[in-house]
Design a binder for this molecule. Structure first.
Ligand SMILES: [Zn+2]
Ligand SMILES: [Zn+2]
Length: 242
């Protein structure tokens, strides 16, 4: 389990940084890890098996289409999101985003890559022509030092042999906060935000770390579709439950 507070987290940080040796679990520091996690910590990850088959919203039963997708189908065909944004997956993603500790991201990206490779191999998924990381505003990226969606897209692209188009869509204005806005207001807010900078291929997968309300990926998909994309997927690590 991850202990993410105070001295324990400092210790953990130190130890993980010192012992980058293969086999160390990023969560419990046990020595029997594969791809960064030991088996017990891996089984603690909140899998998103019971989810809407379209947008991957966590649901009480598998294969149940959510009310949102029924009432207003999204412009993308399908979202592949293997975890719920809950402990310890949320803590691992935050360790990466807040402190740049990439080793916490590795087990999640490796597993997503393996799942996607299986689905592609079994022809259950169309191979996209390109991966488009959800764009981050320049100012925000400079502050953080990286765009986590781009890092994830690059790792998946390497593994699956798909090019990454990180400058195809630009985030042109900064959205201060989406908090307190209803769904319609969020969408309106986002439509002003993205700009397409080049020709769009037919098949695209949008890559992000966490899908929260789904407003960003909906808006991005609508924009890519309007510019000629025919089949859009969403690939992300975790989905926030309602
Ligand atoms: Zn462990
Ligand atoms: Zn849905």
């Amino acid at each position: 389990m991850i202990k993410s507070t105070g001295i324990l987290s400092t210790l953990l940080e130190l130890k993980v940084n010192l012992s980058r040796a293969a086999g160390v679990c990023v969560a419990c520091l046990g020595s029997s890890a594969t791809d960064g996690l030991c088996d017990p910590c891996r089984s603690d990850l909140p899998t998103n098996h019971q989810a809407c088959p379209i947008c991957a919203l966590p649901m009480p039963r598998p294969d149940l289409v959510c009310g949102d997708c029924l009432a207003n189908p999204p412009p993308y065909a399908r979202a592949i999101i293997p975890w719920r944004y809950q402990f310890p997956a949320d803590a691992m993603i935050r360790c990466y985003k807040d402190r740049g500790q990439r080793q916490f991201l590795r087990p999640l990206v490796t597993a997503l890559g393996a799942q996607l490779a299986d689905l592609l191999h079994q022809d259950q998924l169309t191979k996209p022509d390109i991966l488009v990381p959800a764009p981050m505003h320049r100012r925000r990226r400079m502050k953080r030092g990286f765009n986590q969606a781009q890092v994830i897209a690059e790792e998946l692209g390497l593994r699956l042999n798909i090019p990454v188009a990180s400058t195809l869509v630009r985030r042109q204005s900064h959205v201060d906060s989406q908090r307190g806005l209803d769904k319609g207001q969020r969408l309106k807010n986002l439509q002003k935000v993205f700009e397409v900078t080049a020709d769009i291929p037919e098949r695209i997968a949008i890559v992000d770390d966490v899908v929260t309300t789904g407003a960003t990926v909906r808006t991005l998909s609508a924009l890519l579709e309007a510019h000629g994309a025919r089949e859009i997927q969403v690939w992300a690590l975790a989905r926030t439950p309602l």
